[in-house]
Design a binder for this molecule. Structure first.
Ligand code: F6P
Length: 361
């Protein structure tokens, strides 16, 4: 009997969804190089996230297309955080058109790199019959079932350096300097950034604060001749108060944009203190620029593991880091969940043990 004809090479799509994040290009590079090197696969980049599936925007990726992008911030494919093909801006479901485009390209699989919103959409495409593998990204480090996401280390490094710089003004002028970090509903960036940058007060979404407690700490430090550095997460809030919302983005799967809590805290603290209180919002500086070496390596490990899952035809799964090992978890277990800082987390305990204030009683 004649041997069966060889299978045609795999053709794999890759897209980046949601906000940009240091390390996205490192994943695109690793997925492309590993699939081409190990499986002789064709790789096609879908441009501007899921929007590219609706707009028919895709381009083939070769080794030359991913050369030199390891250290670049952002994403060479472009991204989009307002397009959900299952629920577009006008309320219609255009997922069939997105699937038809993927099929017209002849894709055997799609590697989706993104945060929880993107993973939820990826899960729905998987359920609709598109073979999908997910790769977790977010500076917020808040995805369920993975102890790290790439981009987080880079954001923490930015926060730490910003705090160091703010500390010189705090000391020179005897001021209270407040830095507001990103992180949505999770305090990971503020916690690790605050610890790395030498903050005296760290305010997290998971630990509601009182203005009185923060003011008392600032006063005590001022009486001892010391300035105060406060690191506050954008999702932090005073006990009994709501979140500070800066905008509502129509059409986004996650429309609320947080921001402004540092200004609120500054206004509340100033009348209670004799020294000047100032605030700085670090904003998108935390998401921009080149990834740290740690994030380049993590993103490369994730991209390589995603390529392995594709070759093993393990669809509907997301790469995850558990006990510092790359594993995979069902997309359905990740979609719509977030991982927040447990109030008893070891680093929270360490902060308290060092005498830092978390703004609670
Ligand atoms: O999820 C990443 C993140 O940077 C959050 O920390 C922040 O709240 C949000 O995205 C900001 O999104 P955008 O760039 O759409 O304003």
């Amino acid at each position: 009997m004649a041997a069966p004809p060889p299978l045609p090479p795999l053709h794999v799509g890759v897209l980046t969804g949601g906000g940009d994040c240091p390390g996205l290009n490192a994943v695109i590079r690793a997925v492309t190089l590993a699939l081409r090197h190990e499986a002789g696969a064709r790789v096609t980049g879908i441009e501007r996230g899921f929007r590219g599936l609706l707009d028919g925007r895709a381009r083939e990726l070769h080794e030359a297309d991913v050369a030199g992008i390891l250290c670049e911030g952002g994403t060479v494919l472009g991204s989009d955080n307002t397009c959900d093909p299952f629920h577009t801006a006008d309320g219609s479901d255009r997922s069939a058109a997105a699937l038809a485009f993927a099929r017209s390209l002849g894709l055997d699989a799609l590697v989706v790199i993104g945060g929880d919103g993107t993973m939820a959409i990826a899960h729905r495409f998987h359920q609709a019959g598109l073979p999908v593998v997910g790769v977790p990204k977010t500076i917020d480090n808040d995805l369920a079932h993975t102890e790290r996401t790439f981009g987080f280390d880079s954001a923490v490094a930015v926060v730490a350096q910003a705090l160091e710089r703010l500390a010189t003004t705090a000391r020179s002028h005897g001021r209270v300097m407040i830095a507001e970090t990103m992180g949505r509903y999770a305090g990971w960036i503020a916690l690790e950034g605050g610890m790395a940058g030498g903050a005296d007060v760290i305010l997290l979404p998971e630990v509601p604060f009182t203005v009185a407690a923060v003011a008392a700490r600032c006063r005590a430090r001022a009486q001892a001749g010391r300035s105060t550095l406060v690191c506050i997460a954008e999702g932090a809030h005073a006990a009994g108060q709501g979140l500070s919302v800066s905008a509502t983005l129509q059409g986004s799967p996650d429309p609320l944009r947080l921001g402004g809590v540092a200004a609120v805290l500054q206004a509340a603290l100033q009348p209670l203190l004799d020294c000047e209180v100032r605030h700085t919002v670090l904003g998108h500086t935390q998401r921009g620029g080149t990834p740290t070496a740690f994030d380049r390596v993590l993103a490369t490990r994730f991209g390589y593991h995603a390529a392995q899952l594709v070759q093993q035809r393990q669809w509907g799964r997301m790469v995850a880091l558990q006990a510092d090992t790359c594993v995979s978890v069902p997309l359905g277990d990740v979609a719509g969940r977030t991982r927040r800082v447990p109030p008893g987390h070891a680093l929270v305990q360490a902060a308290r043990g060092l005498g830092l204030s978390l703004g609670d009683a």
